[in-house]
Design a protein around this ligand. Structure first.
Ligand SMILES: C[S@@+](CC[C@H](N)C(=O)[O-])C[C@H]1O[C@@H](n2cnc3c(N)ncnc32)[C@H](O)[C@@H]1O
Length: 274
């Protein structure tokens, strides 16, 4: 395994914090070493030192994004943390269908912030189709953003190993996924109908955001765990500024907003309303 010195780890941590808000504690040192070693074997750099020199002296944004991909964790799955979808069913789609929530222009906007390879926004789209009668009469759009080049590329194609849908209701798989054949055997692709509901874009959550909102629902799940408290507080306030009053913010089930000063009240585990 490629080893790095504490000083090199400090340098890596400071790059991660400065550009992407990532808070790499020393506990992450082995993980970083492992991933860096893997990268170096297929790179033109002969050592961590040479690569870090390049990163600090000559790197442009694209070079840095390669480094972000080395550091970031893209674990995700379809209908992960089901409780948020159940909450939406109860508190969003049912009142919407009954007319107790009225949305001007029948406009519904979702944002999956830190969408990884796309399972989260595609789950939102499938769930919307399953939950909202007459869905085509609504102007529903889902924005999906992530900083990782590889994750964004995957989300744009909507292609996954079959194993990733093996835990889903077979009826949903039949309806919303196409099985690959030939060179794509063993893979599934989200149908065009579902892909067309989702716009995928690269976005660093630390940068300015081009979108104006308002959003009805923002999912930022299992992303802020990598940020320190001050970064989380700033981010949650930025989400709240883009949510309509009554809009919903879902965070990962292992995360909390306790101690975070933001105009969002807790309504269910890891679920907040502006
Ligand atoms: C563990 S995944 C979570 C995916 C999905 N939200 C879920 O819960 O299944 C965390 C994602 O956050 C993204 N991420 C981390 N820091 C980011 C930043 N500063 N800007 C945008 N995305 C970021 C990573 O690239 C990664 O895809």
């Amino acid at each position: 395994m490629q080893s790095i010195t504490p000083k090199q780890f400090q340098l890596i941590s400071s790059i991660a914090k400065e550009y992407w808000g990532l808070n790499l504690s020393e506990r992450k040192m082995d993980l970083v070493c492992n991933r860096l070693a893997k990268f170096l074997t297929r790179s033109p750099y002969s050592s961590a030192e040479e690569y870090l020199d390049h990163l600090t002296q000559h790197a442009d944004d694209e070079d840095r994004l390669v480094f972000f991909d080395i550091l970031s964790t893209n674990v995700t799955s379809f209908f992960r943390e089901r409780q948020h979808f159940d909450y939406l069913e109860r508190e969003f789609y049912t009142p919407l269908a009954r007319g107790t929530i009225a949305l001007p222009g029948r406009r519904i906007r979702f944002w999956s912030a830190g969408c990884s390879t796309g399972c989260e926004p595609f789950s939102m789209a499938i769930h919307a189709r399953e939950s909202l009668p007459d869905i085509d009469k609504w102007d529903l759009k889902i924005l999906a953003t992530d900083l990782s080049n590889s994750a964004v590329a995957n989300a744009k194609t909507g292609v996954y190993p079959e194993a990733m849908v093996s835990g889903l209701d077979p009826a949903l798989v039949e309806k919303y996924f196409k099985r690959g054949s030939g060179g794509q055997a063993g893979m599934v692709r989200v149908t065009e109908q579902i892909r067309s509901m989702v716009s995928v874009a690269r976005l660093n959550l630390m940068d300015d955001w081009p979108m104006k909102g308002p959003f009805d629902v923002i999912f930022c799940r299992n992303v802020m765990i990598y940020f320190d408290r001050a970064t989380r507080e700033k981010l949650v306030n930025r989400y709240c500024a883009l949510l309509r009053p009554g809009g919903i913010l879902a965070i990962g089930s292992s995360e909390t907003l306790s101690g975070i000063d933001a105009p969002a009240r807790s309504v269910a585990p890891s679920t907040y309303v502006k």
